[in-house]
Design a protein around this ligand. Structure first.
Ligand SMILES: Nc1ncnc2c1ncn2[C@@H]1O[C@H](COP(=O)(O)OP(=O)(O)O)[C@@H](O)[C@H]1O
Ligand SMILES: [Mg+2]
Length: 270
């Protein structure tokens, strides 16, 4: 059994790749999946540090939480990364990659081997530019970005491979993240342009996490919205946020293992 690979990627920082990657990892662990994760952003190490903070919280509070096996890759060799990926995901259901917000050879490499590619996009035309450019008057898509072209090529190649080698097809999901209240007219234009683009490039559109201060506050403790009972008093807006997270994970259509209890990782269990 090979782990299902989920790659979080786009060419821009600050769109919520790492935050979403961690939350999806923990959500899957809560559902009983065995999850491994590799951080490919050795400068920021957001995912790595988040999960490190989580282990530290478990240790400090003497609690056991569902978690992921995790590593960071800061080498220079694709073959070496492949070896790490194989080793860390051996016997695991999912392997999650978090990538840096820039064009990067390792990010390209793992995107090309993804089963599910998740591209978080903030709701604005500035982010939209990452996938394509739109006419200023009509908002029609006029040009695909380098990134979209790359993914398009990857899918074409993968399509052939899928037939030849029985591989799974790449499911590309653009997740609308950090959605805020946007003026209705602008929102409609954005939605229209995104839909047109999705047809051209072949991705699906799904809803992500909305903008909430709690996502910033959780990082130092490594906790997620799913760690009920460990978060202290939370207002009702967090119930909505937790529901959004569940919907986000469900919308990724991942192959879930059946009949498994969450694997509690005792701190220092590595
Ligand atoms: N849904 C959200 N609501 C509020 N803040 C967020 C949300 N998602 C991410 N952030 C914050 O935005 C910053 C960038 O997010 P991050 O996940 O690191 O993005 P990326 O990995 O794409 O660079 C971080 O400070 C993070 O805490
Ligand atoms: Mg990041």
């Amino acid at each position: 059994m090979t782990a299902h690979r989920i790659v979080f990627a786009n060419e821009k920082g600050g769109t919520g790749k790492s935050t979403t990657a961690v939350h999806v990892a923990i959500a899957l662990a809560y559902q009983g999946a065995k999850v491994a994760a590799i951080d490919l952003d050795p400068r920021q190490r957001t995912l790595y540090r988040y999960l490190e903070n989580r282990v530290e919280t478990e240790r400090r509070r003497e609690i056991a939480l569902p978690g992921a096996r995790f590593s960071v890759y800061d080498g220079e060799d694709i073959g070496e990364l492949d070896d790490l990926a194989e080793a860390i995901a051996d016997g695991y259901d999912f392997l999650i990659f978090d990538t840096p917000g820039r064009d990067d050879q390792f990010a390209r490499h793992v995107a090309a081997t993804a089963d599910t590619l998740v591209t978080p996009l903030n709701d604005s035309f500035i982010d939209f530019d990452l996938i394509g450019q739109v006419e200023s008057e009509s908002f029609k898509v006029k040009k695909l970005s380098f990134y979209a072209e790359l993914m398009w090529e990857t899918r074409k190649k993968r399509g052939l491979k899928t037939i030849n080698e029985g591989r799974r097809e790449l499911d590309w999901v653009v997740v609308r993240n950090r959605v805020q209240h946007v003026e209705a007219k602008n929102m409609r234009r954005l939605e229209g342009a995104l839909l047109e683009l999705s047809k051209r490039v072949g991705f699906r559109i799904s809803n992500g996490l909305s903008e909430r201060v709690i996502f910033r506050e959780l990082f130092p403790s490594g906790l997620t919205l799913l760690d009920k009972g460990h978060l202290g008093e939370l207002g009702t807006s967090h119930l909505v946020a937790r529901q959004e997270l569940r919907q986000l994970v469900a919308g990724l259509n991942l192959p879930m293992p059946t009949n498994r209890e969450p694997d509690l990782q005792l701190a220092g269990d590595e």
